[in-house]
Design a protein around this ligand. Structure first.
Ligand SMILES: Nc1nc2c(ncn2[C@@H]2O[C@H](COP(=O)(O)OP(=O)(O)OP(=O)(O)O)[C@@H](O)[C@H]2O)c(=O)[nH]1
Ligand SMILES: [Mg+2]
Length: 378
């Protein structure tokens, strides 16, 4: 028997769908993703609640009536944690915890929790720890003492329970130390990068939504043993490998962290170095899971993050991945490309799993690199 089920958090998911006319993800689909995030973090999801509002409540995120409904569900669902699909303000989080007497976390905390599990390198761990502390800082005051002691579950990894009791001054000091340590690691990486530059090899960086198949593609192309998993955020730390082109020349490819809808700015800031890899790249290879029902929205979310971090103008090659899962390949490809509503035409359908059409992808990479700066293809 699975002994952990008694200790696993029982999560109730909540989302507010704001009807402001702006194009966005329907709450149901966003919640389906939140469910995967919660499960990746080790929780069992026992239910979900959506509320349509003109705007989220400043004091408790959902409206009063919904709050009562959620409270009434407690004896039936036995939820031990409430997870909001948006980043809650410290005030919203406090009020919800106070009214419902359960721990309340949000999408950001969940993502940070998963990142903390996945970080392997010193730099990755420092980046996650920094983001966790920055998240924690405004949320320290006024939390319920008994809630602090619950611990052990999701949303509490990383800084740890003892840190929650520490005062803000200590947290600030710790943040400053983390920033210093990160700076040192960054300087080291800078040296590493300029050496790579000296060798003159062009750099192609993989980008894309989490679980799109970036690492799978990376592995098939480079024979690297990067872990690929059917879970969100399986890759965190960047890895770079040399890949041979059909014409005999070579380039470097970097696999790195995936993106997600509502990726909090604090996380983007903490992952600056990782994302600088993208800035260094000559070409971005945008990997999409074209079989995903939200492929078009995922594509838009990735493009918007790329624009936010200042690399939106880089040349992009789009790989429509997982075509092995499609029945009627070509038809779906055409409709999808239309749906993507992009002016870009540099795309190629591939299967990282079976290796289908990867030679065509390499040819496209080769011609793109040549057209950029012929002398750089060493
Ligand atoms: N059927 C099929 N599955 C694939 C293909 N490419 C990747 N997958 C699967 O999709 C899942 C995610 O693949 P990853 O390579 O880990 O995805 P990723 O983009 O690196 O994800 P993150 O590191 O989380 O950002 C894994 O279960 C892969 O086996 C493909 O071409 N066909
Ligand atoms: Mg990966």
């Amino acid at each position: 028997m699975h002994s952990t089920s008694a200790e696993r958090e029982q999560a109730l998911l909540i989302a507010v769908e704001v009807r402001d006319g702006k194009a966005q993800w329907p709450a149901e689909e966003s919640l389906a993703e939140l469910r995967r995030l919660a499960e990746s973090a080790g929780a069992d999801v026992v239910g979900q609640q959506v509320q349509h509002l003109a705007e989220a409540s400043v004091s408790h995120y959902v409206g009063r009536g919904k709050l009562r409904e959620i409270a009434d569900l407690k004896p039936e669902l036995n939820y031990t944690i409430l997870i909001a699909d948006d980043e809650l303000t410290p005030r919203q989080q406090r009020t919800l915890e106070h009214e419902l007497e359960v721990r309340v976390i949000d999408r950001t905390a969940l993502i940070l929790d998963i990142f903390a599990r996945q970080a392997r390198t010193r730099e990755g761990k420092l980046q996650v720890e920094l983001a966790q502390h920055q998240y924690l800082l405004p949320r320290l005051v006024g939390r319920w003492a008994h809630l602090e002691r619950l611990g052990g579950g999701i949303g509490t990894r990383g800084p740890g329970e003892s840190q929650l009791e520490t005062d803000r001054r200590l947290i600030r000091r710790h943040i400053a130390r983390l920033e210093n340590d990160l700076e040192a690691v960054r300087r080291h990486r800078q040296v590493h990068r300029s050496r790579r530059r000296d060798r003159g090899m062009p750099l192609v960086a993989l980008v894309g939504y989490t679980n799109a198949g970036k690492s799978a593609l990376f592995n098939t192309l480079s024979q690297a043993g990067v872990s690929t998993e059917d879970r969100l955020f399986s890759t965190l730390d960047p890895v770079t490998r040399r890949i041979q082109l059909p014409g005999g020349k070579a380039f470097l490819m970097t696999d790195t962290v995936g993106f997600i809808n509502k990726l909090p700015p604090s996380i983007i800031a903490a992952f600056r170095t990782t994302l600088e890899e993208l800035d260094e790249a000559d070409v971005l290879l945008h990997v999409m899971d074209i079989t995903h029902p939200d492929a078009a929205r995922q594509h838009a979310a990735v493009e918007s993050i790329l624009a936010n971090i200042g690399v939106g103008a880089k040349p992009v090659i789009t790989a429509l991945n997982k075509v092995d899962l499609l029945d009627s390949g070509n038809e779906t490809l055409t409709t999808l490309h239309e749906k993507l509503d992009t002016a870009r035409t540099d795309f190629v359908a591939v299967s990282a799993a079976t290796g289908w059409n990867l030679s065509q992808l390499l040819e496209l990479i080769e011609s793109t690199l040549q057209s950029l700066e012929p002398s750089r293809v060493a």
